[in-house]
Write a protein that binds this ligand. Structure first.
Ligand code: ADP
Ligand code: ADP
Ligand code: MG
Length: 669
């Protein structure tokens, strides 16, 4: 076909995707002077990629098949906005040959390979047959047409157990089962077929030798429409959970220079077999000695930034240049390999609950500045909703350094300095993972995460003195800040209370842990804090950037805090802590400054009444539970007394500051 029909210069680019990859493509498109068009679903009206693009078109309802997977709607969006080209990102329609063809038919440039190339490489069976012919080393296996049970069983026997049963149309680790013996085979095929049918609408299976203690090695390649084809070194993605990558790095710390040359040459050979145009990845598994082809991904990959950081190439820019019909700007021997890069995928999921996805609104999203070799590719911001409809990946934290160890340190620091609230993320898990001695030493295989899961998902440690002092400091700083906004407040002049020595008792609890009391003394002279028998001279000062500095007995330490009603999130040098402030109303020992009204600290829903009108309450007794942003908060008696009135019922949706109950203090004894 005439090349200029497929690839030519354009000015307006539509990005048929969402989240971090849509944002990533928009960034490079804009840098090249292109006008960018986003598409979105009803769930994504306020999403970051929509805000970033010059124009945006609503595709349809939240469900992917009604929006991001709806080929006609995407093509229509291009027509409506005058877009001349489409970048598919990854996932969604990125490896859909029908979509690539539909773009061509509509006169649009598809930023990627042709439908024919996709079809040739899209099925794992088909591509393996092609690679076999081209002389690329394959995992021993069966990738024939016949799908009857007897044929598959015979093939598995011949290969020798353990084998891997794999959906030919598979992706994202789905439709795949490790089978250890002939007895398990039939059940594994049935369940893999079921999963594949549901996920890909195609249940054809292939069978491979399951490579023992495997490592995942892949090579980035890119071809132009003039017959040039380059490899941009390899990545290693051995840290996987359920066959899904979690951490990726480049170059592979496992290969030596000879092996590196060999795998890159094999990848070029693989791509050349289909005269490949565009960016793609050739994936291999390695048994420590040899590498075997497993599949090709005919698109940009999630982990492409690690390649960008070691080569200095902007792969999206190159994809767009190839789509313009340009020649690749460098020759093979001009592709540099500088230092080491490592990436961690940040997901909205709870590692402690079997990685269950976490949905909700992001209340805090803070990432460190992208300087000194750190790069953050995010698709979400403060206030964005994480909906249950799409992949739960929120962002990628990527670090570069001259050496692997230094890159790991930078990545870990980048993770440690990322604070996300409102939803649960895998960030602590990622930190534990990248700093694990076996990861540092590169003594891993793809089963490593599963084996070490318990250790990698351990609950955070108990708060110590530093954290308890930090909690008090955070509350006091917060109160002072609020007071400074009030015109006639006694707090208005900076510093503590004007006269006399005062004291205040705080009480905190983390999870189901014990309640811990902290006494703050302030007024004339330096403030002090006591926790049990320990006493510290205590001061806080604003820090550069996020957080504040806490000084205890002359030792300064950086603290980051977020206060949400009675819930405190703290990050100290010891990690992250989530404390519940047990008695936020009480405190001043000389007098009641507490109110006799219980009010909603944040807008929420009353989910439980825990005391009855007329009841005599101890100080701290639970009165009712409010659900705020899917988090339950129990409001407690600020002092001992009688519950005079309950002014709400279960199910009430209440605004911030609404009075919920009234309590009458017990007569002073
Ligand atoms: P997907 O399309 O889901 O990415 P792949 O074929 O790339 O499917 O396999 C996913 C992962 O499963 C690989 O990254 C690798 O870790 C593992 N894997 C695939 N094939 C084999 C094999 N034959 N032996 C051992 N592990 C394998
Ligand atoms: P990769 O090798 O690049 O990880 P996979 O075949 O594992 O490729 O899947 C592509 C990636 O795209 C996944 O890691 C997943 O996070 C992401 N993904 C999968 N489905 C979707 C989707 N519907 N929308 C956006 N991203 C998706
Ligand atoms: Mg793969």
């Amino acid at each position: 076909m005439d090349r200029s029909k497929l690839y030519r210069r354009f000015r307006t680019l539509l990005i048929a995707n969402r989240g971090e990859i849509a944002c990533r493509v928009i960034r490079s498109g804009r840098a090249m002077g292109l006008r960018t068009v986003a598409v979105y679903s009803e769930a994504d009206r306020d999403a970051m990629h929509v805000a970033m693009a010059d124009e945006a078109v609503l595709l349809g309802p939240a469900r992917a098949r009604d929006s991001y997977l709806n080929i006609e709607r995407v093509i229509e969006a291009a027509r409506l906005t005058g877009a001349e080209a489409v970048h598919p990102g990854y996932g969604f329609l990125s490896e859909n040959a029908e979509f690539a063809q539909a773009c061509l038919n509509a006169g649009l440039v598809f930023v990627g390979p042709t439908a024919e190339m996709m079809t040739a490489m899209g099925s794992k069976s088909g591509s393996k047959a092609l690679m076999e012919k081209a002389g690329v080393p394959l995992v021993p296996g069966y990738h024939g047409e016949a799908q009857d049970e007897a044929t598959l069983a015979k093939a598995a026997d011949k290969i020798g157990f353990p084998v891997l049963v794999k959906a030919s149309a598979g992706g994202g680790g789905r439709g795949m089962r490790v089978v250890n013996s002939a007895a398990e085979l039939s059940a594994a095929i049935v369940s893999a077929k079921r999963e594949a049918k549901a996920a890909f609408g195609d249940d054809r299976m292939l069978i491979e030798k399951f490579v023992q203690n495997p490592r995942h090695i892949e090579v980035q390649i890119i071809g132009d429409s003039h017959g040039n084809l380059l490899s941009l070194w390899e990545r290693e993605c051995t840290l996987q959970r359920r066959h899904q990558k979690v951490i990726e790095e480049a170059p592979s710390p496992t290969l030596d220079a000879t092996q590196r040359e060999a795998v890159c040459a094999a990848a070029r050979k693989a791509a050349a077999a289909v005269n490949y145009v565009g960016a793609g990845t050739i994936e291999f598994v390695s048994d420590g000695k040899e590498v075997f082809f497993i599949e090709m991904n005919t698109r940009l990959q999630v982990e492409h930034p690690v390649t960008e950081l070691i080569t200095g190439v902007d792969l999206v820019e190159w994809q767009l240049r190839v789509a313009f019909g340009e020649k690749l700007p460098l020759a093979q021997n001009e592709i540099k390999l500088d230092g080491h890069a490592i990436e961690a995928r940040v997901y909205a999921e709870n590692p402690q609950k079997n990685f269950m996805p976490s949905v909700g609104r992001i209340r805090t999203w803070r990432t460190p500045d992208a300087v000194d070799g750190l790069r953050i590719d995010a698709g979400y911001r403060d206030g964005d909703a994480v909906s249950p409809y799409y992949d739960a990946m929120l962002a990628k934290v990527i670090a570069w350094a001259p050496t692997r160890q230094a890159a790991i340190e930078r990545l870990n620091r980048g993770l440690e300095e990322t604070d996300v609230r409102g939803i649960i993320t895998n960030i602590p898990f990622l930190s534990a993972l990248v700093t694990h001695p076996h990861v540092r030493a590169n003594t891993i295989d793809t089963g490593f995460i599963e084996r070490e899961l318990k250790k990698l998902t351990e609950a955070s440690s108990e708060p110590g003195d530093l954290e308890l002092c930090a909690a008090v400091a955070a509350i006091v700083n917060d109160e002072q800040k609020a007071a400074r906004r009030e015109a006639h407040s006694p707090w208005q002049t900076f510093g503590w209370m004007p006269v006399g020595q005062r004291q205040r008792v705080f009480s905190f609890r983390q999870g189901q842990g014990p309640e811990q009391k902290v006494m703050l003394r302030y007024g004339n002279g330096p403030s002090t804090i006591s926790i049990g028998k320990h006493q510290f001279v205590f001061a806080t000062s604003p820090a550069e950037g996020e957080g504040f500095d806490l000084t205890l007995d002359g030792m300064k330490s950086r603290v980051t805090a977020v206060i949400e009603g009675h819930e405190l999130y703290l990050r100290t040098r010891n990690g992250r802590f989530e404390l519940h402030w047990v008695d936020p109303f009480g405190g001043e020992t000389e007098e009641h400054v507490g109110e006799d009204k219980i009010v909603a600290p944040l807008p929420g829903t009353v989910v439980a009444l825990l005391a009855e009108e007329g009841a005599t309450l101890e100080k701290g007794a639970a009165i009712l539970t409010l659900e705020v942003m899917k988090m339950e908060q129990t409001l407690r008696a600020p002092f001992a007394g009688v519950l005079k009135k309950i002014r709400c019922k279960v199910g009430d949706i209440v605004g911030e500051g609404v009075e919920l109950a009234e309590i009458e203090p017990a007569a002073a004894s």
